[in-house]
Design a binder for this molecule. Structure first.
Ligand code: HEC
Ligand code: HEC
Length: 235
């Protein structure tokens, strides 16, 4: 918890410093996007590559539409993480869009895959759910929406590789318990509700253990048809 509080204190101090600087007419700081996102980088990395905190997600290279939806979600409380809710509360939507575009355009290398300590059985269950789903329990393959290479699709579907298992489990848990919601129909909520704790552990372990392809950009809009509708991915 200390590291997080320290990061937040730094973020707030950075925002405050920006306000002071903006108030001074002389000695203006350079108004580049890199300077404007300084409040975000203690937690998300200079280029949105992530940090050592396993719950602080990577942002770089995710679809801009997806990132923008998330910033709106933190601003209006659909996603809950107080430091981010607080930081975004007074920012305008065009500003959120600019930050989303900025991080979508960054392409630092993905982190190397860290060998998982999950058993082969757990990893196989994860792989099976991600690539084939479980028709008997009406769970579609994660790849049917996140893409055959799991790199996501413009504008609203994020890739699933290069994320840490703790973060993936926490997000699936948030959907299952209703603390993260997306625009209706909230397809991820429908998927997450059908997963057990064991399923969540298994998909998170396999995804985090699976190397991303070299070409990991999200597929263009409309590349494939989703198994059912998602409010955040307009047809
Ligand atoms: C104190 C640390 C901290 C700061 C500062 C911070 N974030 Fe975050 N951010 C997080 C955490 C933790 C999450 C995941 C929260 C959750 O559990 O849903 C997150 C999630 C996100 C997401 C969603 C990512 C995804 O893949 O769904 C975006 C986008 C984002 N942050 C952008 C920003 C921007 C832009 C700023 C600066 C204005 C910022 N963050 C500042 C910690 C932080
Ligand atoms: C019907 C389409 C669909 C299916 C099937 C699906 N997803 Fe998703 N997923 C989405 C959409 C759309 C989003 C973005 C939601 C938003 O805007 O918050 C998403 C977001 C996510 C996120 C959040 C990523 C982040 O950076 O925060 C995770 C994790 C995730 N999905 C995991 C899974 C897993 C695991 C499966 C398979 C068990 C799966 N998804 C199946 C459509 C789908």
């Amino acid at each position: 918890m200390f590291a997080r509080n320290a990061a937040l204190a730094l973020a707030i101090a950075t925002l405050a410093a920006c306000n002071v600087a903006a108030a001074q007419t002389a000695n203006q700081p350079p108004d580049t996007m890199a300077a404007r996102v300084e409040a975000c980088t203690p937690c998300h990395g200079n280029k949105g590559e992530g940090t050592s905190d396993v719950y602080f997600p990577r942002l770089a290279g995710k679809p801009a539409g997806y990132l923008y939806n998330q910033l709106l979600a933190f601003k209006n409380g659909r996603r809950k993480y107080p430091p981010m809710n607080y930081l975004l509360e007074f920012l305008t939507d065009p500003y959120l869009q600019q930050m989303a575009d900025y991080f979508a355009d960054q392409h630092p290398a993905l982190p190397p895959v860290v060998a998982s300590d999950a058993s082969q059985e757990v990893l196989q269950r994860g792989q099976s759910l991600v690539t084939r789903g479980d028709p008997q329990r009406q769970i579609p393959a994660c790849g049917s929406c996140h893409g055959p290479a799991l790199t996501g699709m413009e504008p609203g579907i994020p890739g699933l590789l290069g994320l840490r298992p703790n973060y993936i489990s926490a997000q699936l848990g948030a959907w299952r318990y209703g603390t993260r919601t997306a625009k209706a129909p909230d397809c991820m909520q429908q998927v997450a509700a059908r997963l057990t704790e064991e399923d969540v552990t298994a998909v998170a372990a396999w995804l985090a253990n699976h190397p991303a392809p070299v070409m990991n950009a999200p597929a263009p809009k409309g590349t494939y048809v989703l198994p059912f509708a998602c409010g955040s991915e307009p047809e």
